[in-house]
Design a protein around this ligand. Structure first.
Ligand SMILES: *[C@@H]1O[C@H](CO)[C@@H](O)[C@H](O)[C@H]1NC(C)=O
Ligand SMILES: *[C@@H]1O[C@H](CO)[C@@H](O)[C@H](O)[C@H]1NC(C)=O
Ligand SMILES: *[C@@H]1O[C@H](CO)[C@@H](O)[C@H](O)[C@H]1NC(C)=O
Length: 308
């Protein structure tokens, strides 16, 4: 029987390695440039981190070497690091604030090698070219242009983008569409009176009734009252000018129930009065006749009683 060599127990072996880890030397180099890594030691590993200040002209693939030596042992590994330059694209509007009817040119430009797309509109549909011109209309106010650039680096797609908003000065606008000019409602019903002035800059709106200059109640009317009936003149004003528009409010109302009751009551009282008067006159007439009859009878009796 061969004697079995005594083996140190496993925990003792780990403890020995742990004690040696601080001794491990780490070398990190990018190409032939020696880096100064920060070393983080954990229970059974080392982590070396280094920052590289890439300078223009260094774009491309560079070998990164990591070597660890402990005692007379040395292990090393190599990976490739890609250095690239990809600034955000430039999106230029000839002017970002224009009056309507002005031609505006839009250009989206990116770093050489990157693919650019210029898109606009609410659906963000891309335009065929990264450069375009448009005749600014009120609908273009607030339109956002999006310039996107895409660069493929080491097989990976990278994206950068820029956005710009166009401000188109227009209005003030106040017409049948933005402010309907004829409202006819029944009294005591809930309604909404809609009247809006459009434009950039935002116009101020004031609607006053012809005559008493009362303000038009815009918005929710809960409920409609007959007091708001009338013809109002709305005026929208901005630094670009002023426009006016007429709004007529008709409120239909029925005779109220109370008035009806009073009218009926009045009729009844009237009827009763007429009947009463007729009865009185009839009775009076009858009494007079009766009285005359009595008088005539008395006179006849006197004649009979008087001596011939
Ligand atoms: C832009 O459009 C408006 C209205 O359609 C037109 O009057 C104007 O001449 C156009 N301007 C240019 C520069 O095309
Ligand atoms: C974007 O604009 C900046 C500043 O005007 C300029 O330095 C840069 O070269 C432009 N980039 C591109 C891709 O045109
Ligand atoms: C306003 O509306 C009412 C009811 O719809 C209609 O009878 C009237 O002719 C309209 N008036 C105007 C000026 O359009």
């Amino acid at each position: 029987m061969r004697p079995v060599a005594p083996r140190p127990p496993l925990p003792a072996l780990l403890a020995l390695l742990w004690a040696l880890l601080p001794e491990a030397q780490v070398h990190l180099a990018l190409e032939d440039q020696r880096l100064e890594p920060r070393i983080d030691r954990s229970k059974d590993s080392l982590l070396a981190t280094a920052r590289v200040e890439a300078t223009p002209g260094e774009e491309g693939s560079h070998p990164l070497t990591c070597a660890v030596s402990l005692g007379n042992q040395r292990r090393s590994t190599q990976e490739y690091v890609t250095i690239y330059s990809f600034p955000a694209p430039n999106l230029t509007l000839s002017e970002s604030e224009v009056p309507e009817g002005t031609e505006v040119s839009v250009e989206c430009k990116a770093h050489a090698g990157a693919a650019v797309t210029l898109s606009w509109g609410p659906d963000g549909s891309p335009l065929p070219r990264a450069q375009t011109t448009l005749n600014a209309t009120a609908e273009d106010d607030g339109r956002e242009f999006l310039c996107s650039a895409m660069l493929v680096v080491a097989g990976e797609e990278l994206h950068k983008h820029k956005t710009q908003k166009l401000s188109v000065l227009h209005g003030p606008r106040l017409d049948q569409e933005t402010c309907p000019g004829n409202w006819t409602w029944e009294e005591d019903t809930p309604q909404t009176l809609r009247c809006q002035a459009l434009g950039n800059p935002t116009p101020t709106l004031a609607c006053r009734r012809e005559g008493d200059r009362a303000l038009l109640p815009i918005g929710d009317l809960r409920p409609v009252t007959r007091a708001i009936s009338g013809t109002y003149v709305c005026r929208a004003t901005s630094s670009r000018g002023a426009v006016t528009h007429e709004v007529v409010v008709n409120v239909i109302y029925r005779q109220s129930n109370l008035a009806t009751i009073l009218a009926v009551a009045g009729l009844i009282v009237g009827l009763a009065g007429t009947v009463g008067l007729a009865a009185y006159l009839y009775n009076r007439q009858r009494k007079i006749r009766k009285y005359k009859l009595q008088k005539a009878q008395e006179q006849a009796a006197m004649k009979l009683n008087s001596p011939p």
